[in-house]
Design a binder for this molecule. Structure first.
Ligand SMILES: *[C@@H]1O[C@H](CO)[C@@H](O)[C@H](O)[C@H]1NC(C)=O
Ligand SMILES: *[C@@H]1O[C@H](CO)[C@@H](O)[C@H](O)[C@H]1NC(C)=O
Ligand SMILES: *[C@@H]1O[C@H](CO)[C@@H](O)[C@H](O)[C@H]1NC(C)=O
Ligand SMILES: *[C@@H]1O[C@H](CO)[C@@H](O)[C@H](O)[C@H]1NC(C)=O
Ligand SMILES: *[C@@H]1O[C@H](CO)[C@@H](O)[C@H](O)[C@H]1NC(C)=O
Length: 950
C-alpha cells in the first residue's frame, strides 16, 4: 500500500470557482495532480488541495488566503485568478514565506512587490507590447490610442506600451481609461469622444466582460467601420472563445495578440481527456473550450508538486515564536518552516509542460512566441511575433515571404490597409488659412464677393501646388480656404500672426507664400519646401558691350585671321601651279602671274573671281576651297551680327558691400522677413524702402536711388523670379543668396498630415506637375526669351575651323603632288638627258614647268588659229598672255582675231621678260623634247616650232 508511505502536503488554491476560467482551471489542476502522481507513484509527497472560492472579490480572496495560511497552514498556494486579488496575497505569502504560484495574474505591477515568494506561471502583460508595436510599425501608423480598464490590470501595461510606441515614433495622443464599472452610457460617451479625434488605431487592453461591451458599442457608433484599427491584448484574445457570437460579430476585423502554444500531440490528448472529464464534472456546461489558463494551471500544479517532492518536506506547521499574543488576525500566522526550501526547489524546477518549456527566471515564465490573429468569424491566425525574428508568417521557417503577415480583413470588411487616422469628426473639413495681401497676386489671389464678403475663389501658384499635392495624397482630404483678412479686404495681421492662428487652433493649416523659418516652426510643423529657397538681390542690368571702329575684327580671333590669310595665299599658289601651264588667264609675265593668282584666290572670298579654272585638279582644289570660304564667311557674318545686335547685359551692382558703401537705397517687400536679413547686413534703416507689389518695385527702380527710389531690392527667390520674369531685360538676380528654407505649408505641431503632405510635395516637385504649374503662373507673364536661346557672341577661334583648313590643305597638297607626278613623268627625258650638266637639265626642266603646255586641249584650237593668224612673225604662244586683262571677252567670245592683232607689241614685252619660250633663247633641245613627249600630237606643230626657233 504505497499510500501509507506518502506524506500529504497541504497547498491552498484560491479561485473564482463559479467563473468559467476558474472551473476550467480547477478541473485542469485536479487532472494535473492525478496525472502527475499516476506517473510518479513512487514520490513520497502528495499535494492536498485546499480550495477556496474568492467570489470575484479582492477581500474574499484575501480572507481565503488568510484562512489557508492560518488555519490550514498550507505550504504553498496556487492562484488567485486576477492581479488585483493576487496583489495582497503576494504580501501575505512574502510575510509567511509561503510561495504563491499564480497562473493567471499577468499585471506587470505585481513584479514591483519584489516578493521572492511570488512565482508567475504566466507571461506578464508587458511581454506582448513588442508584438503590438511591431504590428503598428509594420503598417506605419503614427498615432495610437490605448483603451484600457481602469484598474491594476489595465494600467500596469500602459507605461511599457507607451515607451515601446515612442520608440517607434508612434504618438499616443490620448489614453482612454474605462472604469470596470462603467455603464453603457459612459462607454458610449467615451467612444464618441474617440470618434471626434483623428486617430483610428486603438489598442484595447481589458477583460472580455468589459471589452465585449465596448466592441458592441463601438460597432453601433461606427468605430468598427472601414479605416479603423483595433488591436486587442491577450486579455481578450485568450478568451475569444468564451465570447458571445453577437460580440464576435461586432468584432470583425479586430487584430489580437496572444501567447502561442505549440499544438503538440500531448496537448491534443490532454484536450480530449479534459473535455470528457469536464463534462462529467459539469454536465450542465456543454460549450466550454480549454483555454490557456487551464493549461498554465495544469503546468503550475505540476511544477508545485515537483518542487514539493524535491524540497523533501518532512515537518509541517508554522513557527509562531515571534507572533505576539496580542497580534491581530492578520498577523497571527507564523512563518512557514519549509518556505525557503520550497522557494529554492520551485526556482530550479524545469520541465516540458503543455505550454512549452516551464522555467522560472526571477520568478517569471519566459515569453516565447506570440500569435497574431484576425477576428474574422472566429480567430484566424495571420502570423507570429518573436522577440528575435519580429513578425513572421510562419514560426518555424526562415521567413522569406515579403509580407510579414497574412492578408488581413480589416473592420468594415476592407482588405486595404487602413491609414490609421481620419479627418477629425464627421464630415468636418480642414480650415485652411490663406494670407490676404495686395500685390504678388501670382502666389495667392483672393477674389471676394463684394456683396457677401465671402471669398468666391482662391487662386494662385501656391494654391495650385497645394491642390496638386492634396491630389497626390493616398486619401481624400476635404478642406475650405479661409482668408485671413478683414471684411474690407485688408489682412488681419502679418504672416507670423497667421502662423500663430494655427497654433491657436483657428486654422487646421496655412497655405500660401509662407517661408519656412525657425521661429515660425516653434508654432507649427512645416512640410518640406515646394519652391527654391533663398533670398537674392535684384539689380537693374545694362548693356556692357563696347562697340568701336574695330568691331569688324572681333568675330574672328587673330590666329584664325592669320590662318585664313595664309590659306588664301597658299591656295592662290596651288591654283597657279595647276593652271599656269594650260590656262591663258594665268599666263603672262611673272608679276602678272603672281597678281592673277592672288587676285583669284582672294576674290573667292566674295565669290567674284572671273578667271576660268581649266584643269580638273585645280577645279577640285577650288571647289573644296569654296566650301571652306563659304563656311568661314557665313560664320563671320553670323558672329558679327550677334556682336552688333545682341546686348551683353550685365548687372549694375554685384556686391552688397558696394551697395552699403555707396549708401544706395534698398527695397524689400512689405511684411517680409527679409527686413531682418537686411538689418543683419547692417544696412542703414533709413535707406530701406518698402514696396507692396512688383509694379511698385519697378517704379522705385525707375526713380533711381538718388531720387528716393532704389538701386537694388532683396527678395525671396520665387518673388525675385517673378519680378525678373516680368521685366526680363531690366533686372536680374545676383549673388549672394541668403539661405532660407523656401515656401512650405504649415500644419499644427505633430499633425500626422505633415509627413504625408511632405511626401506628396516630393511627388509633385519631382514630377512634371510642378513644371506645369510654374509655367502656368510665371512663364505666361514673362516675355523673356530663355537664357539658353541668347546667342553667344564670343569670337570664333581657329579651334572651330581647323578641320576645314585641314581638308582644304590636304586637297590642295594632294592635287599638287598628282600634278607634279604627272608632270615629272611627262618630262623625265629632260632629266635623263646625260649630255648636259645636271644644273642645265634642271634649268630646262623648270623652264618647261613655267612654260605653256601646248599639248593642252585649251591651246590646240587656239594654237592653230594663232599660227595661222600670226604666221611667222609672232609665233610664240606666250605672246598672248598680255591679253589676260581682256580675257573676259576672250572667254566669252573667243576673239582670236582680236588677240592676234594685239600680239605684236606684246611680243616685245614678252621677249624682254626673258620668256623661256621666246624664240631667241629657246634651246634647240626643246624641239626634241616636245617631239619625244608627245609624238602624235606634236608632229603637226613641230615644224612650226622648229621654224620659230630657228
Ligand atoms: C497503513 O495505514 C493504516 C491506516 O492508515 C494503518 O492501520 C496501517 O498500520 C498502515 N500500515 C503500514 C505498513 O504503515
Ligand atoms: C515582463 O516579461 C518580460 C519578458 O519575460 C520581461 O522582460 C519583463 O521584465 C517583465 N516585466 C515585468 C514588469 O515583470
Ligand atoms: C524572532 O525575532 C527575533 C528577534 O526579534 C529574531 O532574532 C528571530 O530570528 C525571529 N525568529 C523568526 C523565526 O523569525
Ligand atoms: C498585550 O496586551 C495587554 C493589554 O492590552 C498588555 O498588557 C500586554 O503587555 C500585551 N502583551 C504584549 C506581548 O504586547
Ligand atoms: C519671430 O521672431 C521675431 C523677432 O525676431 C518676432 O517678432 C516674431 O514675433 C517671431 N515670430 C513668431 C511667430 O512669434
Amino acid at each position: 500500500m504505497s499510500q501509507n508511505t506518502t506524506v500529504p502536503v497541504n497547498v491552498g488554491l484560491v479561485l473564482d470557482i463559479n467563473g468559467e476560467v476558474g472551473k476550467v482551471a480547477l478541473s485542469c489542476i485536479n487532472m494535473s495532480l492525478s496525472d502527475f502522481y499516476n506517473s510518479n507513484s513512487h514520490y513520497k509527497t502528495r499535494l492536498i488541495l485546499n480550495t477556496r472560492d474568492s467570489k470575484r472579490d479582492v477581500v474574499a480572496a484575501a480572507a481565503a488566503a488568510l484562512d489557508l495560511l492560518k488555519n490550514v497552514q498550507v505550504q504553498a498556494m496556487l492562484g488567485p485568478e486576477n492581479s488585483m486579488q493576487t496583489n495582497f496575497i503576494i504580501q501575505l505569502g512574502n510575510k509567511s514565506q509561503v510561495p504563491i504560484l499564480s497562473f493567471s495574474a499577468t499585471s506587470p505591477s505585481l513584479t514591483s512587490i519584489r516578493s521572492p515568494y511570488f512565482f508567475r506561471g504566466a507571461l506578464n502583460d508587458s511581454s506582448q507590447v513588442g508584438a503590438i508595436t511591431a504590428i503598428i510599425k509594420a503598417f506605419g501608423w503614427r498615432e495610437a490610442v490605448p483603451i484600457y480598464v481602469d484598474n491594476q490590470y489595465g494600467e500596469a501595461m500602459i507605461p511599457s506600451l507607451t515607451d515601446a510606441l515612442q520608440a517607434i515614433d508612434t504618438r499616443v495622443p490620448y489614453r482612454s481609461v474605462i472604469s470596470p464599472l462603467a455603464t453603457d452610457d459612459q462607454i458610449e460617451k467615451e467612444l464618441y469622444k474617440l470618434f471626434t479625434m483623428q486617430t483610428r488605431v486603438y489598442i484595447l487592453h481589458m477583460f472580455p466582460s468589459l471589452g465585449s461591451r465596448i466592441f458592441e458599442k463601438a460597432n453601433e457608433i461606427g468605430l468598427m467601420n472601414k479605416g479603423c484599427v483595433w488591436i486587442m491584448t491577450d486579455g481578450m484574445t485568450n478568451l475569444l472563445r468564451t465570447l458571445e457570437p453577437s460580440v464576435i460579430d461586432s468584432m470583425q476585423g479586430v487584430i489580437g495578440v496572444r501567447p502561442h502554444v505549440l499544438k503538440t500531440k500531448a496537448l491534443e490528448n490532454f484536450r480530449v481527456r479534459w473535455k470528457r472529464n469536464f463534462l462529467q464534472e459539469n454536465p450542465s456546461i456543454v460549450d466550454v473550450e480549454l483555454n490557456i489558463f487551464g493549461l498554465l494551471a495544469y503546468d503550475a500544479t505540476r511544477a508545485l508538486a515537483e518542487a514539493v517532492e524535491k524540497a523533501g518536506i518532512t515537518s509541517f506547521g508554522f513557527d509562531k515564536t515571534n507572533v505576539s499574543r496580542n497580534a491581530t488576525d492578520l498577523e497571527a500566522f507564523g512563518i512557514s518552516q519549509n518556505g525557503p526550501k520550497l522557494l529554492q526547489a520551485l526556482s530550479s524546477t524545469r520541465f516540458k509542460g503543455l505550454t512549452g518549456d516551464y522555467i522560472f527566471v526571477d520568478g517569471q515564465l519566459q515569453s516565447s512566441a506570440f500569435e497574431i490573429i484576425n477576428v474574422n468569424n472566429g480567430a484566424r491566425g495571420i502570423g507570429f511575433w518573436t522577440p528575435e525574428k519580429g513578425l513572421t508568417q510562419k514560426l518555424s521557417s526562415n521567413s522569406t515571404t515579403k509580407s510579414k503577415l497574412k492578408p488581413i480583413i480589416w473592420p468594415g470588411d476592407s482588405t486595404s490597409d487602413p491609414k490609421g487616422w481620419e479627418v477629425p469628426t464627421n464630415e468636418k473639413k480642414l480650415r485652411i488659412g490663406v494670407p490676404v495681401k495686395k500685390g504678388f497676386s501670382y502666389f495667392v489671389n483672393l477674389t471676394i464677393d463684394p456683396k457677401t464678403q465671402e471669398p468666391t475663389s482662391v487662386t494662385g501658384y501656391c494654391i495650385d501646388v497645394f491642390k496638386a499635392v492634396i491630389q497626390e495624397l493616398p486619401y481624400a482630404v476635404a478642406y475650405d480656404f479661409v482668408p485671413y483678412g478683414q471684411p474690407d479686404g485688408s489682412s488681419s495681421g502679418s504672416y507670423n500672426d497667421l502662423i500663430y492662428q494655427v497654433f491657436l487652433g483657428e486654422f487646421d493649416a496655412v497655405v500660401g507664400d509662407i517661408t519656412i523659418l525657425l521661429n515660425r516652426s516653434n508654432y507649427v510643423d512645416f512640410t518640406l519646401p515646394y519652391t527654391e529657397s533663398g533670398v537674392s538681390m535684384i539689380v537693374p542690368i545694362k548693356d556692357s558691350k563696347k562697340r568701336n571702329a574695330w568691331v569688324f575684327l572681333q568675330p574672328l580671333t587673330w590666329d584664325l585671321w592669320v590662318t585664313s590669310g595664309c590659306f588664301f595665299i597658299f591656295i592662290g599658289f596651288v591654283v597657279w601651279a595647276l593652271e599656269h601651264r594650260v590656262n591663258e588667264d594665268f599666263r603672262g609675265p611673272a608679276r602678272h602671274q603672281v597678281g592673277t593668282s592672288f587676285w583669284f584666290s582672294f576674290s573667292t572670298m566674295v565669290f567674284s573671281q572671273r578667271e576660268r579654272v581649266i584643269s580638273n585638279l585645280a577645279r577640285f582644289v577650288v571647289i573644296v576651297w569654296y566650301f571652306v570660304v563659304l563656311i568661314l564667311t557665313q560664320s563671320y557674318t553670323a558672329s558679327l551680327t550677334s556682336l552688333l545686335t545682341v546686348e551683353q547685359l550685365q548687372p549694375t551692382i554685384t556686391d552688397v558691400k558696394m551697395l552699403i558703401k555707396r549708401g544706395d537705397n534698398v527695397g524689400y517687400q512689405n511684411g517680409s522677413f527679409v527686413l531682418g536679413i537686411l538689418k543683419q547686413l547692417r544696412f542703414d534703416e533709413r535707406k530701406l524702402v518698402v514696396y507692396n507689389s512688383p509694379e511698385e518695385c519697378d517704379e522705385l527702380f525707375q526713380k533711381g536711388s538718388a531720387n528716393g527710389g532704389i538701386a537694388a531690392a532683396f527678395e525671396e527667390i520665387p518673388y525675385g523670379k517673378l519680378l525678373v520674369g516680368q521685366h526680363c531685360s531690366k533686372y536680374t538676380m545676383v549673388e549672394p543668396t541668403f539661405k532660407t528654407a523656401g515656401f512650405g505649408f504649415a500644419f499644427p505641431l505633430h499633425s500626422p498630415l505633415v509627413h504625408d503632405v511632405s511626401k506628396a510635395i516630393l511627388t509633385v516637385t519631382e514630377g512634371d506637375k510642378m513644371k506645369e504649374i510654374e509655367d502656368a503662373w510665371f512663364k505666361k507673364h514673362s516675355g523673356c526669351p530663355d537664357a539658353s536661346t541668347v546667342v553667344s557672341s564670343r569670337s570664333l577661334g581657329l579651334n572651330s575651323f581647323w578641320g576645314l583648313f585641314l581638308i582644304a590643305g590636304i586637297a590642295a597638297i594632294l592635287a599638287l603632288i598628282i600634278f607634279l607626278a604627272v608632270f615629272v613623268r611627262q618630262h623625265r627625258n629632260v632629266l635623263k638627258n646625260s649630255e648636259s650638266s645636271l644644273l642645265s637639265r634642271i634649268r630646262i626642266f623648270l623652264r618647261i614647268f613655267v612654260s605653256k603646255d601646248l599639248s593642252a586641249h585649251t591651246f590646240k584650237d587656239k594654237g592653230g588659229i594663232q599660227v595661222h593668224s600670226m604666221g611667222a612673225t609672232e609665233a610664240s604662244p606666250d605672246s598672248r598672255y598680255p591679253a589676260s586683262p581682256s580675257s573676259y571677252s576672250q572667254h566669252a567670245d573667243s576673239h582670236f582675231g582680236f588677240y592676234g592683232e594685239q600680239g605684236t607689241p606684246r611680243t616685245e614685252y614678252g621677249n624682254s621678260n626673258h620668256n623661256p619660250n621666246s624664240q631667241a633663247q629657246a634651246p634647240p633641245e626643246i624641239v626634241s623634247a616636245v617631239e619625244l613627249t608627245n609624238p602624235d600630237q606634236e608632229i603637226a606643230r613641230s615644224p612650226q616650232v622648229v621654224r620659230e626657233n630657228n
